[in-house]
Write a protein that binds this ligand. Sequence first.
Ligand code: PLP
Length: 229
Amino acid sequence: MSLAERYHSVLERIGQAAQKSGRTSADVELVVITKMHPASVPFELYQLGHRVFGENKDQEARPKAEELAELGGKSASWHFVGQLQSNKVKSVLSYADCIHSIDRPSLVKELRKQLENNDLSTTGFIELNLTEDPGRGGVLPQDLAALTEQLIEIERIEILGVMAVAGLGVDPRVDFERAIRASEELRRIVPTATSLSLGMSEDFELAIEMGATHVRIGSAITGPRPNTA
Ligand SMILES: *Cc1c(COP(=O)(O)O)cnc(C)c1O
């Protein structure tokens, strides 16, 4: 299958899954993850009409965003989905419209500083860590409320909702349910934070059936990444 065929096939599957949860594909934002692929991949998708792309490393994302703009993809929107080091915040804010991985007090502090210094605003998700490993990205569910209280102090960040990655080797349904419970807790503090960034190539249909509003899909569209092929 070609890139265009894989893209259209995923769009169709998104539409079918959305119907099962009483929605349409317009209710689900597809973020195509282009990591480890050259800018020609988002450019080809851009020419097919796609606008929203995601990356997980600043050093790769920034030049790719610039290259896509130079190729003519000027109205693309970039979402940052990877673990975000504080020293990359300024750079990421220069091209990304949305950060899916807000996960700790030191990052929130740096976001505030850079947004204020550069007179910017942004949107973001609070990433949950659903594993037992505190070294993984994401806030532990028990720390979600405290992080949210810190975030709502910053008017320059619109909190959209909760993001999570289902753990390897566990039933994604169990992890998605935990994310949905965390989302309910978040909404008690921020009623407008109703979005859910859940679902990747292997589990996006289930995520949508369970209410995901943003899916982050890489390999099902781009094909295998070069070093995982
Ligand atoms: C790579 C990545 C994805 C996409 O993964 P696929 O399995 O290729 O769809 C989604 N979310 C995050 C945070 C990623 O790093």
